[in-house]
Design a protein around this ligand. Structure first.
Ligand code: 5AD
Ligand code: SF4
Length: 453
């Protein structure tokens, strides 16, 4: 056995939060495996455990803190095991995470989202008993030259980050503080990674960024600017068999040009995730979203006109500062008017130091927030069911991802609209496209039978 294999140590990575974070964990895996670490799926055999964390809501941070407490017990059984906090919580809480006594536990490493290149040096510090911290945010780090190790991907669908950070400063949001300023990645590195993924058999690619449609690359020497509506066709042309998706889009800059580019390429999926957050223009203004209810509905109209049948999903926040019953009703009526196919729905959670925390009182009482969220969820369930029922009787193209969780004899995959389809699929393997005749549905899943090939 070569010496480095005997020496290699085991790293376990657990990821919380958004797809960006999952994509970042693949960068971390790449940096670490280049430095003699091996990824393990078992915490029990790990020499190092990294939690790649999320700060978006208080609940997300609580989950990580609870997990860190559990890990301290594991460490009792494995003395010498190192624990690192990576990502947004590392950035937000910084050195406070290294204060053992205040925290009631020991964390060895604190590493912000722009500091993953420094992991090998930080590991050396941590291994010699020193606390290791790097939370410096960068104006230009995109990890463009680091080839992610897709250690948990099923080999069919991959994430590829095209930009980092966020400059929107929505009043409720911690991201501009934890992920720093917006910067875009060199399109050449995006295309070459797309080619590698296609060659490795991947069939679906999701281009990621906090705000993908403000992608902006200045072509060196020419002064020409490449925007997302120019990048998307370049990626889509790389391999017509590769489905392309993207997330997340900000309503203020989803241009007709981008919608036309989506319509032109059959492998660009007909699905747009377009977080609205609230249906009330008053609340949107306080959220610093930079669009009104009418602006949003105008963009939905453009989507329907340019890409007929396109699925639209969204994010919604219940109980933002100053939200009245009328504002809440406006959210419900907007949901009805758009008929969202899917939504992520949240209660407002104040994040320290954001614009909202500094300027407004978190004044919707918890019971009202919960009730409003429940009403939003109940309505969305009806809308999702209605959207799925409209597919019953159709034959849809499904990209097969793998066996269904419920039954080994069934396969699961997704439609271009990103809906989950379960069907009897012994004849199919992950990465195949199947034509599936939809026979029934719930609000979450479509069921059907494959048509003979
Ligand atoms: N409280 C509740 N939800 C939030 N989101 C972002 N910040 C907060 C917060 N402070 C939601 C938004 C965003 C999604 C990723 O998380 O809906 O689009
Ligand atoms: Fe969570 Fe936002 Fe950070 Fe993603 S960018 S991990 S959602 S706080």
């Amino acid at each position: 056995m070569p010496e480095h294999e005997i020496m290699s140590k085991k790293l376990y990575i657990e990821t919380y939060g958004c797809q960006m974070n999952f994509s970042d964990s693949e960068i971390v895996a790449s940096v670490m495996t280049e430095n003699d670490y091996e990824i393990t799926p078992e915490t029990g055999e790990a020499d190092v455990v990294f939690l790649n964390t999320c700060s978006i809501r208080e609940h997300a941070e609580q989950k990580v803190l609870n997990r860190l407490r559990e890990l301290q017990h594991l460490r009792n059984a494995r003395p010498g095991m190192l624990i690192g906090v990576l990502g947004c919580m590392a950035e937000r809480l910084k050195a406070a995470l290294l204060e053992d006594e205040k925290l009631g536990m020991r964390i060895d490493m604190v590493v912000g989202p722009d500091a993953y290149r420094s992991l090998p040096r930080l590991m050396t510090d941590a291994e010699t008993g020193q606390k290791a911290i790097n939370v410096i945010l960068s104006a230009d780090e995109t990890y463009a030259d680091i080839s992610p190790v897709r250690y948990a991907a099923g080999g069919v669908s991959a994430f590829l980050s095209i930009m980092r950070g966020c400059g929107n400063f929505c009043a409720y949001c911690v991201v501009p503080y934890t992920r720093g300023q917006e910067r875009s990645r060199d399109p050449n590195s995006i295309v070459s990674e797309t080619r590698q993924l296609a060659a490795a058999g991947y069939r679906e690619l999701t281009l990621l960024g906090q705000n993908v449609n403000s992608y902006r690359w200045e072509v060196p020497g020419s002064g020409r600017i490449m925007g997302f509506s120019e990048l998307l066709p370049v990626v889509a042309r790389t391999d017509p068999r590769m489905r392309v998706r993207f997330a997340t889009s900000h309503p203020k800059d989803i241009s007709d040009k981008l919608l036309h580019a989506m319509a032109e390429y059959p492998n660009v999926c007909n699905a747009i995730h377009l977080p609205v957050q609230s249906g009330s223009s008053e609340i949107l203004k306080r959220m610093n979203r930079k669009y009104t209810r009418a602006d949003y509905l105008g963009r939905v109209e453009a989507i329907r006109r340019i890409i007929p049948g396109c699925a639209i999903s969204t994010d919604l926040i219940a109980g933002f500062c100053g939200e009245t019953e009328a504002d809440h009703q406006a959210t419900l009526s907007l949901m009805e008017e758009v008929g969202f196919d899917f939504a992520f729905m949240f209660k407002y959670s104040e994040r320290p130091d954001t614009l909202a925390a500094r300027k407004f009182a978190d004044d919707v009482d918890p019971a009202t927030k919960s009730r409003r969220l429940q009403e939003i969820i109940a309505l969305q369930q009806r809308l999702s069911l209605r959207s799925n029922e409209a597919d019953v009787g159709k034959t849809l193209e499904v990209l097969v991802e793998g066996p269904s969780k419920r039954s080994g004899a069934h396969m699961m995959g997704r439609t271009s609209h990103n809906k989950v389809v379960v069907f009897p699929g012994q004849a199919y393997k992950p990465g195949d496209y199947a034509g599936v005749h939809i026979t029934s549905c719930s609000s979450a899943t479509l069921k059907g039978n494959p048509i003979s090939q």
